[in-house]
Design a protein around this ligand. Structure first.
Ligand code: FVH
Length: 292
């Protein structure tokens, strides 16, 4: 089903890309941004710039929000709850799961259909086959506006709990940031011996890709909670990580990402689980005493 009208609030780097792609796909688009100047290129492509949030919301049945954070979404929408009544709100702003649920409840109180989306890609990739956006919340909104959503990315629907898309997003990003911190630590080690980052990147890419083959094996441990058949025990691993620590000191750098892993391991060793598998460190993350 082709939508007749669409409003986009927020013309940052991502909003610009979403807007351009929607226009390219033939959608009729109204745009609004807090500060002026960001709409100019898009109006030249056919978008209509609204002078206020109310004017922008009134123009369309579907309102897409792509703002900086949860607080900015409330800053923009709170005074327009009645204007939004009966319309569909698709929020592509990064939030926590609880923030997404809070917005869904707010929308529900005002009879606004609410779909939460999390963008798993950069603005440059929006509209390409590599672009992925995860959704949760109103299944009806997801199904009804699928054509628009699919213009931006491969769209996945994860369930009617509005917080789920966000939970997935942040869980995926957590893995990526930890991996890149480890990559940068490796670069720092090698650069201390004048080996360029590009050499490390080339060798590390295939090594890391090979390591991802082990994720399924870990998942088996994590789903059963049985860590008694270690691929690498906690005691063995902490000895290795201490060696990386000493090597880092020798090279004059700090091994902060490695120390974080050592800390998680130590909780389990102290609790008497040193002979069990490395995957057991997930229990340190679940512990109520964790560092916030
Ligand atoms: N850019 C990316 O690579 C990532 C990819 C993954 C998903 N994110 C999320 O997308 C949201 C928007 O990101 P963005 O890249 O467009 O962000 P900015 O370029 O910084 O633009 C922010 C827009 O938000 C407006 N804004 C900020 N605070 C307020 C406020 N209090 N009231 C109204 N609008 C506000 C800002 O307006 P202005 O500064 O231009 O006036 C921009 O339109 C984000 O959640 C990412 O996590 C992108």
């Amino acid at each position: 089903m082709t939508i007749s009208s669409l409003t986009l609030l927020g013309l940052g780097a991502m909003g610009q890309s979403l807007a351009g792609t929607a226009l390219d796909a033939g959608h009729s688009l109204t745009i609004w941004n807090r500060t002026s100047g960001k709409a100019d290129g898009l109006t030249a492509q056919g978008a209509t710039a609204a002078g206020s949030v109310r004017e922008a919301v009134t123009a369309s049945e579907v309102i897409v929000v792509c703002l900086y954070d949860h607080a900015s979404v409330h800053a923009v929408l709170d005074t327009e709850a009645e204007t939004l009544r009966g319309r569909t709100l698709i929020n592509l702003t990064t939030t926590t799961p609880e923030e997404a649920r809070e917005l869904a409840a707010w929308a529900d109180r005002h009879s606004i259909a609410y779909l939460a989306g999390t963008i798993m890609t950069t603005p440059q990739v929006i509209g390409s086959p590599d672009s992925v956006i995860l959704y949760s919340g109103s299944q009806n909104a997801f199904n009804t506006h699928r054509e628009l959503l699919d213009a931006w990315a491969t769209s996945s629907y994860d369930g009617d709990d509005a917080g789920l898309a966000s939970l997935w997003d942040l869980a995926m990003l957590s893995g990526i940031y930890s991996m890149f911190a480890g990559f940068l630590h490796g670069v720092a080690m090698l650069q201390s011996a004048s080996i360029p980052a590009s050499s490390y990147a080339q060798r590390a890419a295939s090594f890391m890709a090979a390591m991802t083959e082990l994720l399924g094996h870990s998942a088996e441990h994590l789903e059963t909670g049985d860590y008694s058949q270690p691929l690498q025990s906690l005691e063995w691993t902490t000895t290795l990580l201490e060696t990386i620590n000493r090597a880092s000191r020798e090279q004059g750098i700090t091994a902060a990402p490695v120390k974080m892993v050592q800390w998680l391991i130590q909780q389990q060793i102290d609790a008497g689980h040193g002979a069990e598998d490395f995957d057991r460190i997930i229990e340190s993350m679940r512990a109520a005493t964790q560092v916030q």
